[in-house]
Design a binder for this molecule. Structure first.
Ligand code: GDP
Ligand code: MG
Length: 177
């Protein structure tokens, strides 16, 4: 770590999940408060730094986003390594993406010390909710238990639950640090 890092505690947060589930939109909604309706595959591995203050202490989340490599499942191990928080994302309107979350989580956990990470399972596109989504959500809650993950549902489009979710991420990461 550089001296700069010791002045500002930073936690690494990695976001994983299938292409098109809404990972980049979720990060953009939170970090920039925008929602971009047009689909643009992210180019190049990238991260955003979000600043918090918790109990008067400056605190940063470094949020890593994949760059379309998830399409081919060829994520570099450096992407996962040293993560304090793993956010596993699926699309509430697409059951297949939920089925894939276990594998995404396994890949991320493999690169980290056992017990060193917090895991979240996040269903996106809550604004599209219908009866099918509600059924998926029941499965998701069950799976989250199995994965020892905390379950959240959010919408990047409306912003529903996005701030609340990241506040929870920051609070947990801070407690751990
Ligand atoms: P990524 O490949 O996982 O990074 O997914 P993107 O963030 O690029 O989003 C894929 C598509 O889903 C885009 O067309 C987004 O506009 C759309 N999308 C993302 N989040 C939401 C959401 O909360 N609600 C709705 N209705 N569409 C969303
Ligand atoms: Mg993306």
């Amino acid at each position: 770590y550089s001296p700069w890092c010791s002045l500002f505690k930073i936690s690494k947060v990695v976001v994983v999940g299938d292409l098109y589930v809404g990972k980049t939109s979720l990060i953009n909604r939170f970090c920039k408060d925008i929602f971009d309706r047009d689909y643009k595959a992210t180019i190049g591995v990238d991260f955003e730094i979000e600043r918090f203050e918790i109990a008067g202490v400056p605190y940063n989340l470094q949020i890593w986003d994949t760059a379309g490599q998830e399409k081919f499942k060829c994520i570099a191990s450096a992407y996962y390594r040293g993560a304090e928080v793993i956010i596993t994302v699926f699309d509430l309107a697409d059951i297949q993406t939920l089925d894939h979350t276990k594998q995404w989580l396994e890949d991320a956990l493999r690169e980290n010390e056992p017990g060193s990470t917090f895991v979240f399972l996040v269903g996106t596109k809550k604004d599209l909710s219908d009866a099918a989504c509600e059924r998926i959500e029941l499965d998701a809650v069950r799976l989250a238990n199995e994965m020892q993950a905390e379950y959240w549902s959010v919408s990047a489009k409306t912003g529903e639950n996005v701030k609340e979710f990241f506040s929870r991420v920051a609070a947990l990461a801070f407690e751990q640090s």
